[in-house]
Design a protein around this ligand. Sequence first.
Ligand SMILES: Nc1nc2c(ncn2[C@@H]2O[C@H](COP(=O)(O)OP(=O)(O)O)[C@@H](O)[C@H]2O)c(=O)[nH]1
Ligand SMILES: [Mg+2]
Length: 319
Amino acid sequence: MAGNCSQEDCYPEETGCNHEGCDVLTDCQFYKKQANQVATEKEEEDDFYVRVPWTGNTLGLQDLNFLTSTSPVTLIGITGVASAGKTTFLATLYCLLRHGHKIGDFQFAGSLTLVGWENIAWYLSWNTHNDVQFPPHTSSNAGRIPGLLHISLRNKNGEKKEVVFTDAPGEWFGHWIVNKNDSNAAGAQWIHEYANAFLLFADCEMLSGNQLGKARQQTKQVADRLKYNIKNRPLGLVWSKSDIDIDPEVKKQISNHIQNSPLSNYQEFETSVRNEKSTDWQMNILESINWILTILSADTNELPMVSRFASTDLFLSKR
Ligand SMILES: Nc1nc2c(ncn2[C@@H]2O[C@H](COP(=O)(O)OP(=O)(O)O)[C@@H](O)[C@H]2O)c(=O)[nH]1
Ligand SMILES: [Mg+2]
């Protein structure tokens, strides 16, 4: 039961009546009044709300129905173990779009999860003396918060794209590499099944320090899991925190391991939240998403020609 509704997929107090479309919740056959509650006239007035089917915060799986039922959605799986820089990457992406940067020729055109974006980007927005603060850890027990972040993009020709990013806790992927059927890995498994494309985060900070062995092994293991049944879906390797130097040999080993069996769409990107002179680290964040969207739009089938008897008559002599 969700809130005061007996239907599992309805959150009437938050996003309105999903089943019957009732404006007055107490009129709904599925809405449960508290026991012994005798509504006064004032309370009944309060029961009338015009609600929109989203809250502005990150979307959960059921919230996704609203979007997927009206538009094609590109789901990008942001993957990698804890602290690899996934949430910071997304926050930087949002800040760049907010500053008017584009993804290819597509521009920010709205979001159903503005509150969710602002929550993660707030930390990057208030920096004194260029001292960037990072978002807090996305923990796996944070309720509905680690969820799905949405942006609408539009280009000059009016073409629109709805893109959803997963902001999942790294622990999910930690469990997933040990046992993909672990109940704590269900979220990672869901991303693997449904994402249209993946970005895998290789953490230059961990790969440069005394955790090198563990970080290298985990990155390869997540890559192996992702590659299983990947088909043509793009897989981008993100060298996150590229402001920290790592041994080129380590990079080569990981890169070779991932490419040891053929991948139809694979590319690497060096990124960082810090934009030091003569680097493209921040722009590469936009570029990685552009690469994915370009590959996926090339996959769209061309519409077949409709046969007609007379080429001059578009309407009447349709086959
Ligand atoms: N030097 C550096 N550190 C970063 C960068 N991005 C993230 N970090 C650090 O990595 C930590 C984990 O980042 P976070 O985005 O929360 O990782 P997540 O667990 O994969 O979402 C942050 O608290 C920062 O200290 C970066 O571009 N450069
Ligand atoms: Mg995170």
